[in-house]
Ligand binder design. Structure first.
Ligand code: SF4
Length: 346
């Protein structure tokens, strides 16, 4: 059966069916719709004011690649300036190739790029050194938790270095839904209380952060990268298979099989969640060592570095993971499957 006509331009043949709405679109109309939806998210949420200098957390992966590309398209309308900030965690055999992808993007799109390294920021610690230190302590499966804390700090430092007023990250709806699920599964009420919304306003002197792709499904992010022919890095981090996030991802996939809107529903649930005063997180103050935002005497990064220095890495810092972790299927397989499924649905 021939593919239907695009429901938007009514001229070209449709190339995909949108995973959530079922709308049949051609590639250019889908990309235009995707960009318009991100623009709406940014404008309706008042995420990036005119004149903002925006640090884009660039990992070389599909999400940050799509985010940087879309924001570059929208930058004249939003009246914002973009800076790419990449974090080198010091993961041999993984991050070097991902950074090479970021460098290619920066050159192609003529965007300034700054790379900040854990080794320079955190007393010589790289993620490989942290993994060696935690091996055999019972914390060896928690690399992503440590890494997530340091990554957040490194991105903040990098953004300040380039004079940014705002930080954006490439978290999509699936990432956010996985985070909500993980927080529920851990009973982490304090983090659930912070989990909603499109980001943070920058309390305690931290730069405001937002996630313009928060309502975009992972499948559509992959489809956008496919139709715009974006060059991104798709290998899994060597520490990812250990991450708890992989279990949340599997659970979400099963939920979506019976309820296609499950991911977005979870994101909206987190936004609407109201917690009793007793479980609301304490008002953040300043870290007594570095001055960063902290809900205890030491911020998470300083507490973690202290524990590592004493040979007692600890997780009292709470659980946080970079959403890139933990998927046996792998990013490349997901990308191929998403493109094939959207075309086959026609
Ligand atoms: Fe860090 Fe885990 Fe992401 Fe690897 S998968 S970069 S260890 S957070």
């Amino acid at each position: 059966m021939p593919a239907p006509t695009c429901a938007s331009c009514h001229a070209a043949r449709a190339a995909l069916r949108r995973p959530r709405s079922g709308q049949a679109l051609c590639g250019p109309c889908f990309c235009a719709a995707f960009e318009a939806e991100v623009l709406h998210t940014v404008v309706a949420g008042r995420l990036l004011p005119p004149g903002a200098v925006v640090a884009v957390g660039a990992s070389g992966g599909k999400d940050s690649t799509v985010l940087a590309h879309v924001l570059r398209e929208l930058a004249p309308r939003l009246d914002v300036a973009l800076r790419l900030v990449a974090v080198d965690e010091g993961i041999g055999g993984y991050r070097d190739e991902a950074l090479a992808a970021v460098r290619r993007q920066a050159a192609r799109w003529e965007l300034p790029l700054t790379v900040v390294a854990y080794e320079d920021l955190f007393r010589g610690w790289t993620m490989d050194a942290v993994a060696r230190s935690t091996a055999g302590t019972g914390r060896g499966r928690s690399c992503c938790t440590f890494c997530g804390v340091l990554r957040r700090r490194a991105l903040e430092e990098g953004a300040r270095l380039v004079g940014a007023t705002h930080i954006v990250t490439g978290h999509n709806a699936d990432d956010m839904a996985e985070t909500v699920l993980m927080n529920f599964l851990r009973g982490d009420a304090a983090r659930l209380a912070r989990g909603g919304g499109l980001g943070s306003r920058g309390e305690g002197g931290a730069l405001p952060r937002c996630r313009p792709l928060q309502f975009a499904s992972q499948k559509e992010v992959v489809l956008y990268a496919h139709f715009r022919r974006l060059d991104y890095f798709s290998e899994e981090c060597v520490y990812a298979p250990e991450a708890f996030r992989g279990h949340a991802r599997d659970l979400l996939k099963r939920l979506e099989a019976v309820r296609p809107t499950a991911a977005l529903d979870l994101v909206h649930s987190a936004e609407r969640l109201a917690l009793a005063p007793a479980v609301r997180p304490p008002r953040p103050g300043a870290c007594s060592r570095c001055g960063a935002l902290a809900s205890r005497a030491l911020c998470q990064a300083c507490a973690l570095l202290d524990g590592l220095a004493r040979g007692r890495p600890r997780l009292a810092i709470g659980e946080r993971e970079h959403r890139g972790g933990g998927d046996a299927e792998g990013t490349r397989g997901r990308a191929r499957a998403a493109v094939e499924a959207a075309a086959a649905a026609l």
